[in-house]
Design a protein around this ligand. Structure first.
Ligand code: KIV
Length: 271
């Protein structure tokens, strides 16, 4: 039996190699086939189907409501688009906190049903047993420390994390534990750049930052934010690489006007 393997696909081993060679890792979110196709073609290394889909796609205030089934549905489209990038699916709130057994079962369900390459989950020492079980079961796991949006109700907001010494020390400790447990990568969200640098230098796996400064092994942003589609959201760490909200509104406004004044469709656009 011959099995066709696309060797241009990103792998967790290649990501580790990129860290070792000092090549930065570019990661973005995507939630659907069409945009994931463009993101993949443009050369992104890792596509995250983030539970930020809860906000961006579903319009919820928090990431908490999105379900395993909804994440699988979105991830399937992204997987069909990704020819090069490694596809990571976020494990939603409630799918890995109850017990290690349930966490492994949900991780395997996500991997099998969506076809993604890996899962991401938020937290440190408190979810270590779940991470160990997943890794033992053969599930590639990406960690996520710092501002972990699923804990927004505990944090009381989306402010900078680990600015005090005790929380910074716990974060560094947690990162080392995740690394030792076999996480293939760790996301650090909204923490001081100096702490992110220390973590990046202290762990063997690649560290991907969002609002964590320039010393990380790579960067991640929410696609809709960096494209300037999410109006009114402009934290300090976010750079708008385009201003698509204006483009979309301009194009739609022009379309509406053309329909109203009967200039669309014209003779060439008709059969
Ligand atoms: O859900 C998400 O989009 C994320 C990124 C912000 C890292 O977790």
């Amino acid at each position: 039996m011959s099995v066709h393997v696309q060797n241009s696909r990103m792998t967790t081993a290649k990501l580790r190699q990129m860290k070792a060679e000092g090549e930065k890792i570019a990661m973005l979110t995507s939630y659907d086939f069409t945009l994931a196709n463009l993101v993949d073609e443009a050369g992104v290394d890792v596509i995250l189907v983030g539970d930020s889909a809860s906000n961006v796609v579903c319009g919820n205030q928090y990431t908490l409501p999105i379900t395993v089934e909804e994440m699988i549905f979105l991830t399937k489209g992204v997987v069909r688009a990704a020819k090069h990038a490694l596809v990571v699916c976020d494990m939603p709130f409630g799918s890995y906190q109850v017990s290690e057994e349930e966490a492994v079962r949900n991780a395997i369900k996500i991997l099998k049903e969506s076809g993604c390459d890996a899962v991401k989950l938020e937290g440190g020492e408190e979810i270590l047993p779940a991470i160990r079980h997943m890794v033992q079961a053969g599930v590639p796991v990406m960690g996520h420390l710092g501002l972990t949006p699923q804990s927004v109700n505990q944090f009381g907001g989306y402010g900078l994390r680990a600015k005090e010494e005790a929380e910074a020390a716990k974060l560094l400790h947690d990162a080392k534990l995740l690394d030792e447990a076999g996480c293939f990568s760790i996301v650090l969200e909204k923490i001081p750049a100096a702490l992110a640098k220390k973590v990046t230098e202290s762990v063997s796996c690649p560290v991907i930052g969002i609002g964590a400064g320039n010393a990380c092994d790579g960067q991640v942003l929410v696609l809709h934010d960096m494209l300037g589609l999410t109006e009114g959201f402009k934290p300090k760490f976010l750079r708008h690489f385009a201003n698509l909200a204006n483009e979309v509104k301009g194009a739609v406004g022009t379309y509406v006007a053309a329909v109203k004044d009967s200039s669309f469709p014209n003779a060439e656009e008709s059969y």
